[in-house]
Write a new protein. Sequence first.
Length: 73
Amino acid sequence: MVRRPRFRLLFDWPAFEAALRAAAARRGWSDAQIAAALARDRLCTVDVDDVEAHLDWHERLGFAAGKTGVAGG
């Protein structure tokens, strides 16, 4: 029987932010686009397995500050 740890980290924000910034830089995102994406992500933390697919979601949603919506990603 595999025992699960009593406590586990649900979301590693620093690692996620670093990965998002690196991937966004590869795509040539502006500082404003990165800031908008991070602000949106702070509203609902989700565990992201594929940061590139997550950036695709941000690009589809747009980068307007304060714009939120329900979508998979």
